[in-house]
Design a protein around this ligand. Sequence first.
Ligand SMILES: *Cc1c(COP(=O)(O)O)cnc(C)c1O
Length: 362
Amino acid sequence: MASIPLFNPKAQYGPLLPELKERMGAVLDGGRFILGPEVRAFEDEAAAFLGVPQTIGVANGTDAISLVLNALGIGAGDEVICPAFTFYATAEPIAQRGAVPVFADVDPVTLNLDPADAARRVTERTKAILPVHLFGRPAPLGELTGLGMPVVEDAAQAFGAEGIATTGVASTFSFYPTKNLGALGDGGLVSVTDEELGERIRLLRFHGSRDKRDFQLVGYNSRLDELQAAALRVFLPHVAEWNRLRREAALRYAELGLGELVELPPDDGRHVYHLFVVRTPERDRVRAALDEAGIGCASYYVTPLHLQPALAYLGYEAGSLPETERASRENLALPLWPGIEPAAQERVVGAVRSAVRERVPS
Ligand SMILES: *Cc1c(COP(=O)(O)O)cnc(C)c1O
């Protein structure tokens, strides 16, 4: 039987190949590759889509976070509260700026930053809260904003989710090819709710200079390029429909009875399912069964950030973030992409069923 991948980006961009070739070909004909009309137009279109005053195209989602922290003046000795159940790139820019990532635990149901635990970790050195819209589910921005600190949203996994990017001072996006809005290589975006912060980030992304002669800030070289922007402009009008199809596929897993076997990600009506991640204490057994059946699956953040070797200097011990560590042990992402065939989903559910005992309803 044919194998089923975990992701299938080509199912998204395949039907758009003729248009992609035309628009990217026009960039080749024009001969302008860095910070030209495609990037500017994409920034405007993305700002309109997100409902924010401005966006800034950058090289990737990691730089996007670093640029925002820099523009906010966050550096040595400052603390930034973030989750440990996320990709390393959420916390790395904090540490790289000489600031201290302060890890708060996650909510066991949503797997997003737990506002109560975040509140307990606020000190006079806290300069920002950096929640992640994990796997595509919006974090509880209202409660986090209530902590009285600038909120920077790591929205790398949630492009197009409702209710994001308009609350925090800035939001960061990644266009890594498997993200909900993916480029054909690396790319990233910062959106801001404050124009002045946006202008500072715009300056920082190009060496702190407007004209290549006068350098006003010690900045970065971090730009979205014209070819990627041209591709992203082809994809942007489709992302809402892609997200609708992702949600449809996620709800179908529930209809197929997957919830009797493993714990499903509870749907909040806004989740855009960058990843469809279930939980089960029998995770390794299920994963082995899916591997055996040629079904793509993966466990994310198996070593959470507070236990990563590079961050050992922060002094966290195993057991210090219990819900984070349980999520690391129990999570399993199952195949999902816009337009995944129902027959493929039935096979996935069948393979999970063969691996687990019936779940006792809690
Ligand atoms: C993908 C991702 C990033 C980093 O984006 P890159 O474009 O790969 O640099 C940051 N945070 C989260 C949560 C991500 O999923």
